[in-house]
Design a protein around this ligand. Structure first.
Ligand code: TSJ
Length: 641
């Protein structure tokens, strides 16, 4: 009788399980954000996070991530091994439940801070559902257990496969992402390495080994950062001139742990990265607010105490106090809530209070003893306040002037429609290409904005220079939503006049450079445009192949050419396009403008920190690596970092 009941509930449960995983396969974007490379890499993090949780619980010191030659990836840890005992509710081994039930993560909650229950926190079952196959192997109490799944369905029961040393334990998962689901199934090694390195910085007692066993990419790196977030700040500040040493502090209140590291450089920018339970909070949140506000108060109080600010003087603004600061603020919260456009904004009010308290107490303790650092820090604020006051004047002048000048300037060939949903603007390099594009376009919905030469390098320029640049003024004006920068946020995305902003440059090194400059501009002054997915790269063809018989064909990269060659055995004429300007209006429409035929690449900030590094490398004065990068990525494929 007991047996029968359990069989029934098994069947009932296994049906809901399969329905759950079917839902994941039907709408993968709902669970992992996208089915692009970004979503693909997300699968790896989803699995790794489980091992990091095991580390946070105090049982795992080493994780290995291997990109295998067959396109699969293996994650191994030396933790306790996923529990294999029968789960009461389902009658199935706990390990099987982890891979087959949605949101089974956190089921065995033990009061630790969990990543895998956090941000996307969709867990191993989603990875399983989106994999052609997945295999798990668990070493526990002297035994090795094994189970395999295909597209989420088990192909065997969890079985004992052998024995191991009693002292040996851990979990190994290998999976192959399903090409039926993902646009591309080739993992992006650089993004994965960067993310693993970051995890190592945030967990100083954890070693993460990255192995690449793919053809021609052999590599093995150990990420181990015993100095933790102090080393992370140092890395972020590589190549910059430090004005203070790195200050580190941590504290714990109300079950919330706060840890921070900060350093000032002579950079004209603030760069504060927030994390909650190891999750990067791209949109900030309460921990960041608590830290920033408390820091500003503290600096103002000290400045008055030391007589640097006189009675009649205004306080430093927050931006003054933090200009030049690079900081990591990492909190651990037992029950984090995330909100915002990309669910990366920490929302717990208690995180603000505790971060503020810990920051106040610990920084006071530090600065009381380190007057020199304090004075250097206040000097940064003074300098920033001075520049701000000068810029406020310039900015008012510039904006009132620019309105005036722009009306008559009119390089923008606008579209007829005023419905932003259907409108697109092409930013086109060069006047001649701009001319063809104006002829070729669909006037109703497609606007053309030609830009000349190289737009200003905004990574290096100060705001008055940026606003004085004609190209940039025209863009701000055309988009209609203002811009945001350190001082005051005038950006309003609801006013955006075009649903798609399409960068159209030549497929050569200069074109790549201009595209990067434009992306840098958006990234710094209108990051919401990128976050909300409005920015695209057009991909004009590199070649036209004209065969003796049959239809002409446009080829968009060298791989396509190679394939074409293999198919047509040299029996064709090849036309090479050197630039957009070489195409006539019809060709431009057919290949690059026509929504039916064109290829657009959406620009995604997979990893804001990586993007920032890339732009800094590209824009910085160090010309060597820049040339190399542009050369390697002349087809722009890597710009969707
Ligand atoms: F995501 C996953 F399930 F696929 C996965 C989990 C993948 C990998 C590579 C590792 C893991 C994982 C899970 N490593 N370590 C654990 N630990 C547990 O699941 C565990 C072990 C013991 C106990 C206990 O209370 O005894 C509790 C838990 C949650």
């Amino acid at each position: 009788m007991a047996n029968k009941t359990s069989t029934n509930s098994y069947n009932a449960d296994s049906i809901t399980i399969l329905e759950g995983l079917e839902a994941v396969r039907r709408r993968p974007g709902m669970y992992i954000g996208s089915v692009s490379t970004k979503g693909l890499n997300h699968l790896v993090y989803e699995i790794v996070d489980n091992s990091v949780d095991e580390h946070l619980a105090g049982y795992c010191s080493e994780i290995t991530v291997t990109l295998n030659g067959d396109g699969s990836v293996t994650v191994t840890d030396n933790g306790r091994g996923i529990p294999v005992g029968i789960n009461q509710k389902t009658g199935l081994p706990a390990a099987e439940v982890v891979f087959t039930m949605l949101h089974a993560g956190g089921k065995f909650g033990d009061g630790n801070y969990k990543i895998s229950g956090g941000l996307h926190g969709v867990g191993a079952s989603v990875v399983n559902a989106l994999s052609t196959w997945l295999e798990v192997s668990i070493k526990k109490e002297g035994k090795v257990y094994f189970q395999r799944f295909e597209r989420g369905k088990k192909t065997c029961e969890l079985t004992e496969k052998g024995t191991c040393r009693k002292s040996d334990s851990g979990t190994t998962v290998t999976f192959l992402p399903d090409p039926e689901i993902f646009e591309k199934t080739y993992f992006k090694a650089d993004a994965i390495k960067s993310r693993l390195h970051e995890t190592a910085y945030l967990n100083p007692e954890l070693s993460i080994i990255f192995k690449n066993d793919r053809f021609n990419e052999a590599e093995e790196i150990i990420f181990s950062e015993p100095k933790g977030i102090v080393a992370y700040v140092e890395e972020l500040n590589t190549g910059k001139e430090a004005v203070t040493p790195v200050v580190y502090f941590k504290g714990k209140e109300e079950g919330i742990e706060v840890e921070a590291a900060l350093q000032f450089t002579n950079d004209f920018q603030e760069n504060i990265l927030g994390f909650c339970n190891n999750i990067y909070t791209q949109e900030g949140g309460t921990h960041i607010t608590g830290f920033k506000a408390r820091f500003t108060t503290l600096i103002n109080n000290y400045a008055r105490e030391l007589g640097i600010l006189k009675e009649k003087d205004e306080n430093f603004t927050g931006a003054d106090a933090r200009n030049g600061m690079t900081a990591i603020v990492a909190v651990k919260h037992p029950d984090p809530r995330f909100e915002g456009q990309t669910k990366t904004k920490l929302d717990n009010p208690d995180a603000q209070k505790v971060t503020s308290d810990v920051t106040g107490t610990e920084l006071e303790r530090y600065y009381d003893k380190n007057l020199e650092n304090l004075k250097a820090t206040i000097a940064c604020a003074e300098k920033s306040a001075k520049i701000r006051k000068a810029e406020e004047k310039t900015k008012t002048n510039m904006l009132s002037k620019s309105k005036f000048v722009m009306e008559g300037n009119g390089k923008l060939a606008n579209c007829e429609s005023r419905n932003p949903e259907e409108c697109e603007v092409f930013i086109v390099e060069g006047d001649s290409a701009g001319g063809s594009a104006k002829t070729a376009r669909n006037r109703k919905t497609q606007a053309i904005l030609p830009i000349r030469g190289k737009i200003l390098n905004v990574e290096k320029a100060s705001i008055d220079k940026v606003l004085a640049n004609a190209e940039i003024k025209t863009m701000i004006q055309a988009f209609g939503c203002g811009f945001s920068e350190g001082y005051g946020n005038d950006f309003d995305i609801s006013k955006l006049r075009y649903n798609k902003i399409i960068i159209m440059t030549d497929a050569d090194v200069d074109g790549a450079h201009i595209a990067t400059l434009l992306l840098t501009f958006f990234y710094r002054f209108m990051p919401e445009l990128i976050q909300a997915g409005h920015v695209y790269l057009a991909t004009p063809p590199l070649y036209k192949a004209i065969p003796k018989r049959g239809e002409e064909e446009y080829l968009y990269d060298d791989l396509a050419l190679e394939k074409y060659r293999a198919k047509h055995k040299g029996d064709f004429v090849l036309q090479r396009y050197k630039g957009l300007g070489e195409m006539d209006a019809d060709q431009l429409w057919e290949t690059t403008l026509d929504p039916e035929n064109r290829v657009l690449k959406k620009v995604e900030i997979d990893d804001a920190r990586l993007a920032s590094e890339v732009t800094e490398m590209l824009m910085g004065s160090d010309v060597g690596p820049r040339k190399q990068f542009i050369h390697d990525n002349a087809n722009l494929a890597e710009l969707d970092v």
